[in-house]
Write a protein that binds this ligand. Structure first.
Ligand code: NAP
Ligand code: HSE
Length: 435
């Protein structure tokens, strides 16, 4: 046991920062034993000093100036829990430059600027830890970089955004509207400061980029990933999928396909007997297929104050004990392997769910199926439910079409023609099926 405490600065004292301060305070003695030295919260930095805080640790100075940390030589470790990529990047760069080691939960930062920050840290002999940046309380960064290091990773598949999964669960199981469910996710501290990032798939894509770098040594730009969010889904899509034996989940996937890397983040129809389909609320799940271990799954809270703080604290204790430097070196070494070629989006193949709202008049089915047929898309089932889909007022009918396996490219060209049909109201929705 060392007599020298580890002095920690907390930058950001919102949902996650408050959780970290609580654990550091409430588990102080147990953490001292596990870390082999006292973990002392020495300073907190926030944006707005006037805010009322739900937890106020005793005797810890709070300021709104990062220089208070930069200029404090007694501080060893900065736990930065500020979102976005503006102030977060500036602070991270300056903190590393001032000789502080860094822990962050900011996936946007690590996705967009991880490689340059890692290089700055490596050049200065510093460490960066980011376990909490992916899948909240689930230790997936550690699993890939250390526990599964004897494997060639073949596939990573999972639910990486708690807010989206919470909304989908609330809509289908609790009969709440999309807007009510999103508001509740925000109240519970699951959502990003800008929740668009959760519901449009960006947050899950950022996390998948981070995992893909670690597992496949390949940098897939977010813009080159097939990406769609849950914001186009309606309750009737969730119900239609359920009636066909599926749940719709925002699925993130990176897998090798004949030596090429296929990646996507999309709402996907998952057979309802799979664990993925049964992942409820803000929980996340990550299944990893390794060459030696086979398929293994990690599941649990993917967002929220204490689960995320749990992952941050694992990094803090790893830092205090000296384990973090080894994990960081493994992260650095993951850059040294040959990247895998990326499979173009249009060549990815799936079965698809297609929902089109169409005019309820003669020849419409023929027009729709003609387009699919001309693009070589074979229909597996087609549903037009008179009792539920048609409305007298707008003379609309809803078609639910399940296709056989075809390429994204075929579907994309068919989509464009379908959306241009005069009988199609709005745009058709196309989702892949994971079976
Ligand atoms: P949050 O509740 O919005 O808290 C952000 C904190 O950062 C606030 O205390 C804010 O200060 C402070 N801050 C913002 N800009 C600042 C600036 N320029 N200078 C100093 N302080 C600044 O966010 P959060 O939910 O805790 O998330 C923090 C990070 O963790 C984000 O990157 C997020 O993506 C990530 N994360 C969150 C979760 C989750 O479940 N919430 C899970 C995993 C990862 P004020 O309090 O004064 O406004
Ligand atoms: N907003 C994120 C989510 C927080 O809902 O998953 C956890 O990264």
């Amino acid at each position: 046991m060392s007599d020298t405490p580890l002095n920690i600065a907390l930058i950001g004292f919102g949902t996650v920062g408050t959780g970290v301060a609580r654990i550091l305070t409430e588990e102080h003695e147990q953490l001292r034993v596990r870390a082999g030295r006292e973990l002392r919260l020495s300073r907190i930095v926030v944006r707005d000093l006037g805010k009322t805080r739900e937890f106020n640790p005793a005797d810890v100075p709070i300021s709104s100036c990062i220089d208070d940390v930069l200029n404090d030589d007694s501080i060893d470790l900065a736990v930065q829990l500020v979102g976005g990529t503006d102030a977060a990047l500036e602070y991270a760069t300056r903190l590393l430059g001032a000789g502080k080691d860094l822990i962050t939960a900011n996936k946007a930062l690590i996705c967009a600027h991880g490689p340059e920050l890692f290089q700055i840290a490596a050049d200065g002999g510093r460490t960066i830890c980011f376990e909490a940046a992916v899948a909240g309380g689930i230790p997936v960064v550690n699993a890939i970089t250390t526990a599964l290091t004897g494997n060639r990773i073949e596939a990573i598949e999972g639910i990486l955004n708690g807010t989206s999964n919470f909304i989908l669960t609330q809509m289908l199981s609790e009969n709440q509207s999309y807007d009510q469910s999103l508001s509740l996710a925000q109240e519970l501290g699951y959502a990003e400061a800008d929740p668009t990032l959760d519901v449009d798939g960006t947050d899950a894509a950022q996390k998948l980029v981070i995992l893909t770098r670690l597992a496949f040594s390949t940098d897939v730009p977010v813009g080159e990933m097939s990406r769609k969010g849950i914001d186009e889904l309606t309750l009737s899509d969730l119900e239609a999928a359920a009636s066909l034996g599926y749940r719709i989940k925002l699925l993130a996937m990176a897998k090798l396909n004949n030596g090429q890397l296929e990646t996507s983040v999309q709402p996907t129809l998952v057979p309802q007997n799979r664990e993925l389909a049964q992942t409820q609320g803000a929980d996340n799940i990550v299944t990893i297929t390794g060459s030696a271990v086979g398929r293994l799954g990690l599941a649990g809270a993917g967002a929220g104050q204490l689960p995320t703080a749990s992952a941050v604290m694992a990094d803090v204790v790893d830092f205090a004990t000296g384990r973090a430097i080894n994990t960081f070196k493994a992260v650095l070494r993951s850059r040294d392997q040959n990247p895998v070629e990326i499979l173009p989006q249009d060549e990815q193949k799936h079965r698809f769910y297609l929902r089109c709202t169409v005019d309820d008049r003669p020849h419409v089915l023929a027009d729709v199926t003609d387009i699919l047929g001309r693009h070589g898309i074979s229909i597996s089932s087609l549903l037009q439910d008179e009792s539920r889909m048609a409305t007298a007022s707008d003379q609309a009918a809803r078609l639910i079409i399940m296709t056989h396996r075809v390429s994204e490219g075929q579907m994309r060209s068919a989509d464009a023609e379908l959306d241009a049909l005069s009988c199609v109201q709005g745009n058709c929705l196309r989702l892949p099926v994971a079976d």
